[in-house]
Ligand binder design. Structure first.
Ligand code: VG1
Ligand code: CO
Length: 541
């Protein structure tokens, strides 16, 4: 087929955020919108002639059509081979693994992750490089720059490909290889963890529920938990992916995964439960009667990683995003290994992992992962928890109690104010920014500020810098509050307030009670109610 060069004009606002470009699905569906971004991406990475790319997504509304558009454009731009998940499906960690396993030049992942899907909801696209990780800011900046000057894109006039059957087919001069989205990923998990021990755990009557939230992890969880590890059928809930995620938010937190939390807090709860998000990179961990905060989960996984075969040699270091609690820092300190604090977003972990400086990374937003891929990985976290429980034969509640007894507890919570008018949210942040240098020594609702700044990061591997990553306020009793605006929303602005308070002892308080002084100080400091017009956060995790 002849290559068709289509004249186009720059589209405004195609600036990738924390994790790729995210917009309302209808915006992505506008003629030329996806095409422009795709061509800008191809151009910005120096062209794709002769290259191999992985392509897949979380199956949300428009996933199937977007892949057809991208494949035609990839062929027209000279891509030699596209490796596509069967049915257009690949979880984010599975895509990252495939990029690495096959030594490709990168991949395109279609997802808006934990954001809801559907024609009136959200869609997204991001590029991962040859290391399997999200493109660093230098690359996303170059893509954005290219979107502002784009004059044409290249495509083919060909009918849609059938992506439902595995095997190879040709599209123009490009080979399209359709692969099982689950097999390679499941094999990787089997290498990392002690499947025999976890199988024994299930055989002993240990019970679990995994809520796939009608999103991409359903087929992965069924294969791994039920087929390979012998968990009874029915362990995986909501395991059939749907384009609108059953009408819900595929966000594994106590608000959007409420039924699972209720199950675990009620009579007859199973031993363990977990959930993952739209694209399979997040995880929520629950035990009978306990919710494990993602920050605590990172610390526990790091402290116990040597239970799993992949990590018996110990960890090189740990990295966490700045707003994540400092629970993991205590573990790093104890282990005598490096601890790195990065801006929000998995792309900042890539260099540290590539350089071998860290083995485990995590974010407070339910993201945990390791050097096995270059994305956070929901099922990986679940399997590491299972491996730890299989090795230690303790309940989740016991694991937590012993962890806190050993390291102390960092009480932690995040308050989100969603879809706030952008000017109001910006006014709040601007005011805080202008105040930071004068904050030390001042008291707010009884807490005295010890230090405050607008977090700036200098990557220790490549020296690149990222400024204005969030306002940190440290109080003299060891508490901390962080303020930042979300970079993944598609409506107005979302203000995130991250609250943390360390307790050397007294580990059994409800988090909101333990954090009450920090919550009061955050309000006194930032005047959140005045700025947002909200009496309370929309989502508390
Ligand atoms: C949020 C989280 C961040 C995470 C990002 C992508 O970003 O806070 O920790 O890396 O989502 O996660 P923001 O800018 O909205 O705070 V996912 O599961 O959407 O790939
Ligand atoms: Co996600």
């Amino acid at each position: 087929p002849a290559i068709r060069t289509v004249p186009t004009q720059p589209v405004e606002g195609q600036k990738p955020g924390t994790s790729g470009l995210r917009k309302k699905t209808r915006v992505f569906m506008q003629p030329g919108y996806l095409e422009n971004f795709t061509q800008a991406l191809f151009d910005a990475i120096g062209g794709v002639q002769g290259r191999t790319l992985v392509v897949g997504g979380d199956g949300r509304f428009f996933n199937d059509r977007a892949i057809q558009i991208i494949l035609r454009m990839a062929a027209a731009n000279g891509v030699a081979r596209a490796i596509v998940g069967q049915g257009g499906i690949l979880s984010t960690p599975a895509a990252s693994h495939l990029i690495r396993l096959r030594g490709t030049d990168g991949g395109i992942i279609l997802s808006a992750s934990h954001n809801p899907g559907g024609e009136d909801e959200d869609f997204g696209m991001k590029f991962n490089g040859p290391n399997g990780g999200p493109a660093p800011e230098s690359v996303t900046d170059a893509i954005f720059a290219r979107t502002t000057e784009l004059a044409e894109y290249r495509t083919l006039d060909t009918p849609d490909l059938d992506l439902s059957a595995r095997g190879e087919t040709a599209l123009g001069g490009m080979t399209v290889e359709i692969v099982d989205p689950v097999a390679d990923y499941a094999a990787l998990m089997e290498r990392l963890f002690d499947f025999a021990a976890i199988r024994d755990l299930f055989a002993s009557g240990f019970s679990m529920r995994f809520d796939a939230m009608h999103a991409v992890t359903g087929p992965y969880a069924r294969e791994i938990l039920e087929n390979r590890l012998g968990a009874p059928a029915g362990t995986v809930l909501n395991g059939t992916p749907s384009p609108d995620f059953g009408g819900g938010h595929p966000d594994p937190n106590p608000v959007w995964a409420r039924p699972l939390v209720d199950l675990m807090m009620g009579e007859g709860a199973p031993d363990f439960a977990a959930a993952s998000d739209g694209d399979g990179d997040r995880n929520m961990i629950l035990g009978r009667g306990v919710y494990v905060t993602p920050s605590d989960s990172l610390a526990v996984l790091a402290a116990n990683a040597t239970c799993a075969p992949a990590y018996t040699g110990g960890l090189a270091g740990i990295a966490r995003s700045m707003p994540t609690s400092r629970a993991a820092d205590r573990v790093a300190d104890r282990l005598g290994i490096g601890m790195y604090e990065t801006p929000t977003g998995w792309k900042f972990f890539g260099n540290l992992l590539d350089a071998g400086r860290v083995t485990i990374c995590g974010e407070e937003s339910a993201g945990t992962g390791s050097d096995h891929v270059r994305e956070k990985d929901g099922l990986w976290a679940v399997l590491l928890w299972l491996n730890i429980l299989a090795a230690r034969r303790l309940s989740v509640a016991e694991v937590m109690a012993r962890h806190w007894a050993e390291f102390g507890r960092n009480y932690y919570s995040r308050h989100d104010y969603e879809a706030v008018a952008a000017d109001r949210a910006n006014a709040l942040m601007d005011r805080l920014r202008s105040m930071t240098e004068f904050l030390p020594g001042q008291s707010f609702a009884g807490l005295t500020v010890e230090a405050a700044d607008d977090f700036a990061y200098a990557d220790p591997v490549d020296g690149s810098t990222s400024a204005r990553q969030g306002i940190r306020v440290m109080f003299d009793d060891g508490s901390r509050v962080v303020f930042r605006l979300s970079g993944t929303g598609t409506e107005g602005a979302t203000l995130r307030v991250y609250l943390e308070r360390f307790a050397a002892d007294r580990h059994d308080l409800p988090a909101d009670q333990a954090l009450a002084p920090v919550i009061a100080a955050a309000e006194a400091l930032a005047l959140i109610r005045d700025h947002t017009g909200r009496a309370a956060p929309d989502v508390t995790t």
